[in-house]
Design a protein around this ligand. Sequence first.
Ligand SMILES: [Zn+2]
Ligand SMILES: [Zn+2]
Length: 407
Amino acid sequence: MAQSIESYYMEFLRCARCSHDFEYENPLYRPITLPICGHTMCRQCIDIIRNQTKCPQDQVSFGINHIPIDQLPTNYPLLIVLYDPSKLPKGGDKRYGQCPFYMKFDENTKLTFKAVESLLGKISLAIKPIINDKQWQSIFSDSMTRKIFSLLNSQYIDRASRLKVVEAIRSLGEHMCIDFILCCQNSEQLTDNLRSVIGVQHGQFLEPAMQEIVLQSIVSFLKDHSALSNKHLVHSVVLQVGVNDPNVIQPSVNRIVNLLSGASCFQVQRNGDSLSMKLKSEFQNYETLRRFYISSEQWSSLLYGDTKHELSMQSIIDKLSTPDSFSQAIQRFTNALKSARYASDTISYLEPCFKILSKFGVPNNVEQHLSNNNQQDDSNWVTITQQLGCADIVLRYLIDFKHHLHH
Ligand SMILES: [Zn+2]
Ligand SMILES: [Zn+2]
């Protein structure tokens, strides 16, 4: 029997095509994850679509891997979220005996495949107590939950999929690093300050995509112009964004400028009656400006008045992450924990984990890796096991850290 799971999380534990909950007892409803895109479907649906070349959910082609999808292995880490692991078969050959790809592996590769599977299973076990406890659930934001589940929805039997997995681990790693930083901030105070600076009710704001354009315009404008009055800046940005009706966008641009100045990114100078402002040198590039280490939940409640837009705010933040942003976050992590006087052995334990996590799966490199056939890339089994091991350690520390904060 499957263990009971809060309904919110069942969204991640049912077939992407027919929405049937995954099951172990009935082989037709065992989960199978597609290569590359990571959609997970029940065996029944996989059998139905097996002659297609693209995932019906997102049209991502899985034909390129030359793997007949009805021969892919069952996703046991996902089943561990649903079942007591002692009720599931143990050992690679028992679990994957029906999977020709697994059976074709040499003994060494079978062992590493199993190692990756059991590390993912450890992550499943780490999150189980949280997703089944109403009091605990809030320690993870929706975007954190999604990142964890997208990692659990991983296929790793082929090289191209493994590159995607390493990318997913890195993204989760960066997210956890920033989560540590946010834990060390007094978040209520931060939100209050920013709200009072905006000085408006929590009205509807620009759609996130537009907001990103506005922010980018502000930064690029301030790079070229040393000091501007608040009014001049707003006016110039409105023109630069170039929407049909400037009146629509002006109040919102105003709010972003106010938000930025309240977050003390600007140096304000008084020239007689007028104020002029320029960006402080440490904020003179887009990446640092965007990464205030305000959580996506806080951005959402600041800009929309509620946390319902947390996921779309997070997707903006994700888009803005650069190859360097993770290492910058690690630096901030170390400083934040030091000043919060958190045990220094924790820092010296976690910092190297974060460094390993940031080293592989850099988003822009994945396409490159896929296009060249060099075997020395991030898809090798050693990299992926090392990455997963680090992610598991960090995740457990983060849960523990948040648990302490709550009590
Ligand atoms: Zn299905
Ligand atoms: Zn898909």
